[in-house]
Design a protein around this ligand. Structure first.
Ligand SMILES: Nc1ncnc2c1ncn2[C@@H]1O[C@H](COP(=O)(O)OP(=O)(O)O)[C@@H](O)[C@H]1O
Ligand SMILES: [Mg+2]
Length: 373
């Protein structure tokens, strides 16, 4: 595929310019990089990156970094799929040399160092998710399918939409799925698809699906899809959004044969979704607020991990938290109660701390009740 010629194959004017500037440099034989993340925090993606195919990464990296000079202990940035994601140059042989068409580029991650396969990204288990039976059943089908795709023939699961109230476990479930799987799962937050330039988002979508196809069977998870796949009536507000919608449609239809790529998308607000995008999902699965029993289970599971002892009236706690999501229970009630106990130099969490937490989330609580009761 690539020539044996040591001369870098020049791709763009920009690369031509860089290569010209670096003309006097020796060509690098080997570069070892280590992913270090973004220069600043802004929730572009939920997880650290995961490289499932190092040979593919090498091709990808060489193509975009061709002509760049590499010095040990400096940084180099991704320009394509996750712009501005940084890599530290751990080794450059020789140091201060230029990446050419024949430079070997290796990536090291903590996982790779431990084990050659990098599958596990979180420690969330499917059994940690309380309730959401329908969604879990679908996950079971996906797992069976990925185990034996041939047997499904034309009946394979393809595009699935998770929807429902915020904080009910949509993102959590997909993270747990990633844990169960032997196949790569590409997670992207739809808000990160909105770039500075029209076309950024659609090219990111294209790259994402391309990557997923090359590593199939695989799963793409588009979280908070309503941020980009907005109903037509909202699209006029942002030109780039309608472009993103079109490329989503193209990719989801699998004009380019999306064999063995499953797309899962999640949204709090399915009614704001573009109709054409929405109709591409074979199944819409609702995530519901937890009932009494489920709230009890969520509270108990979280209490087990508390750094303090607790003495709580669980029946009462379940009752007064009606209408709250799993996230509210954890973040608003238990965490606030714990912090309140700690700030009072107490070593036990009591209903007084819970009362404090309920009061401090009162407005939100009333809102939730108003909406869903
Ligand atoms: N069904 C559930 N079972 C257990 N914990 C849950 C559940 N739903 C939400 N949580 C808690 O709330 C947090 C946020 O949930 P998340 O999956 O991000 O919600 P969503 O994506 O639906 O907005 C989870 O990390 C978990 O601690
Ligand atoms: Mg979410």
């Amino acid at each position: 595929m690539k020539s044996e010629n040591k001369q870098p194959e020049i791709k763009t004017n920009n690369q031509k310019q860089i290569i010209k500037e670096n003309e006097d440099k020796e060509y690098a034989q080997l570069v070892v990089v280590k992913p270090v993340g973004y220069p600043f925090e802004f929730n572009l993606m939920d997880e650290d990156i995961e490289i499932t195919n190092t040979a593919l990464f090498e091709e990808y990296a060489r193509e975009q970094w061709l002509g760049l000079v590499v010095k040990e202990s400096t940084y180099i940035f991704d320009q394509k799929i996750i712009p501005d994601y940084g890599f530290e140059i751990v080794t450059a042989k020789p140091n201060n040399s230029m990446i050419s068409e024949t430079t070997k580029i290796k990536i090291i991650t903590d996982e790779i160092a431990k084990n050659d396969t990098t599958k596990v990204k979180s420690n969330i288990q499917l059994s940690d998710i309380v309730g959401q039976k329908n969604a879990k059943s679908k996950i079971k089908v996906i797992i069976k399918y990925l185990d034996d795709p041939e047997s499904f023939g034309p009946w394979a699961p393809k595009n699935i939409l998770f929807y429902g109230v915020p904080g009910t476990g949509k993102t959590m479930l997909v993270k747990a799925l990633a844990n169960e799987l032997e196949v790569p799962l590409y997670l992207i937050k739809a808000t990160s698809l909105i770039g500075d330039h029209v076309g950024d988002g659609s090219s990111k979508i294209h790259d994402l699906f391309k990557k997923a196809r090359e590593n199939s069977p695989s799963i793409i998870f588009i979280d908070e899809i309503d941020a980009v796949a907005l109903d037509r009536s909202f699209q006029s507000l942002r030109g780039d959004v309608s472009e993103i919608v079109n490329s989503l449609l193209t990719e989801m239809d699998g004009i380019v044969e999306n064999s063995d790529v499953i797309t899962i998308a999640a949204t709090n607000n399915p009614s704001a979704l573009d109709y054409a995008v929405r109709s591409r999902f074979e199944e819409e699965i609702e995530f519901k607020l937890p009932d009494d029993e489920e709230r009890l289970a969520i509270l108990e599971n979280n209490l087990k991990t508390m750094p303090l002892e607790y003495n709580l009236d669980m029946d009462k706690l379940v009752k007064i938290t009606q209408g709250l999501s799993g996230r509210d229970l954890k973040e608003k009630i238990l965490k606030t109660a714990l912090h309140n106990a700690i700030s009072n130099d107490s070593d036990i969490i009591t209903m007084e701390n819970i009362d404090y937490a309920i009061k401090s989330t009162k407005i939100k609580n009333r809102e939730v009740k108003g909406m869903f009761e």
